[in-house]
Design a protein around this ligand. Structure first.
Ligand code: MRU
Length: 347
């Protein structure tokens, strides 16, 4: 399985997700600013992977900061991260986790602070893989045997530290002996499904069929899809789910066709400060992602464009939310709150 991000001792190396699957290339980031840039340009993407990168970025910043200015530097790094990708809450979660640790160490020798922040960033990465495995164990029983699972975007090893959230559930179902195959939506405009999910599953020998986004409803109508499993970028307290744009349409089509719609996400993706999805900030990306395909214009010059990177699926379309602490079902206010405060392995 592919390794999305690695710590080098003084920086990070990431697989360049903008170049897959044409080329397996790596980007090295030696400053926190370079990590921020890699997040903005989507060299690394996917909510949990962004969280790991952000934590490592803070650690790099601490290693390089002038010891006399560590306080100010930590604030600058934090402010820079917050301006990268606004929807994926894992980014803020990871930075807050690093910041709390830093706050608890203030006044300690600088070398001790630096070592502790590096250790914490490595822990964020290691825990993410454990969390994905736990999510897989909770989600695998929900996947119907002998059926096709539809997924949207990439919520796999590439979107996390490894194993994946939605693809982790699929991997776990296969590891438990189920015979399933995957339909991957291509996921316009950034093509995470075509470029990343199709590639990642093919690499692992998991049967995968690529479809364009507008084909999903038709395959559901024909009874070809056993269930849908997607990831999430932010989940509000009431179970409304922000995920890659197009997820909402898939969820509505799933309900119309009686297909279960599952969301797999770690509790770090829950934002219980928001009572509903209406308050989730939606990132709007460059119009070129819509008007061009790999640099080739596909629309008239000067055309008006909208490019929201995410949408919000109302909780009534969500059959269940699979977390590392167990499976939440409606009413989500209650079930999510309970799972958010649970410990790994408790449920
Ligand atoms: O814009 P992206 O590629 O970062 O969007 C990714 C998604 O929407 C994923 O489904 C989500 O982050 C969950 S990843 C485990």
């Amino acid at each position: 399985m592919v390794e999305t991000i690695q710590w080098t001792g003084s920086g990070v190396v990431m697989i360049d997700q903008t170049r897959l699957p044409r080329e397996i290339a790596y980007v090295t980031c030696g400053t926190y600013e370079e990590v921020a840039e890699a997040i903005v340009t989507m060299v690394i993407r996917g909510a949990p992977a962004i969280g790991v990168a952000a934590a490592m970025g803070v650690a790099i910043g601490a290693l390089q900061a002038d010891p006399a200015r560590l306080d100010q530097e930590m604030e600058t790094i934090r402010a820079r991260r917050a301006g990268t990708r606004p929807t994926a809450v894992n980014l803020f979660w990871a930075i807050d986790r690093m910041k709390s640790l830093y706050a608890s160490l203030r006044g300690r020798p600088v070398e001790e602070i630096r070592a502790a922040l590096v250790e914490e960033a490595l822990r964020v990465k290691a825990e993410d893989i454990q969390i994905n495995r736990a999510m897989g164990a909770h989600g695998a029983p929900l996947v119907p045997d002998g059926k096709t699972v539809l997924t949207h975007c990439n919520a796999g090893a590439l979107a996390t530290a490894g194993y994946g959230t939605a693809l982790g559930v699929i991997r776990a179902a296969i590891e438990s002996g189920k015979k399933i195959d995957v339909f991957a939506d291509e996921t316009r405009p950034f093509l995470q499904g075509a470029r990343l999910t199709a590639w990642e599953l093919q690499q692992d020998g998991i049967p995968v069929t690529l479809i364009t986004d507008n084909m999903a409803g038709w395959f559901m109508h024909q009874g070809r899809i056993g269930c849908v499993v997607v990831g999430a970028d932010r989940i509000a307290a009431n179970g409304d789910v922000a995920n890659k744009v197009g997820t909402y349409s898939v969820a509505v089509l799933a309900k119309e066709n009686g297909v279960p719609f599952y969301v797999a996400a770690p509790v770090s993706t829950l934002d219980l400060t928001l009572d509903s999805g209406a308050r989730i900030p939606i990132e709007e990306r460059a119009s070129k992602e819509v008007t061009e395909v790999f640099g080739v214009p596909v629309a008239p010059e000067g055309i008006a464009v909208r490019n929201p990177a995410f949408d919000v699926t109302p909780n009534r379309y969500v059959t269940a939310i699979i977390t590392e602490h167990g499976v939440a079902t409606a009413p989500y206010e209650e079930s999510l709150r309970r799972l958010a405060s649970a410990k790994l392995g408790e449920n």
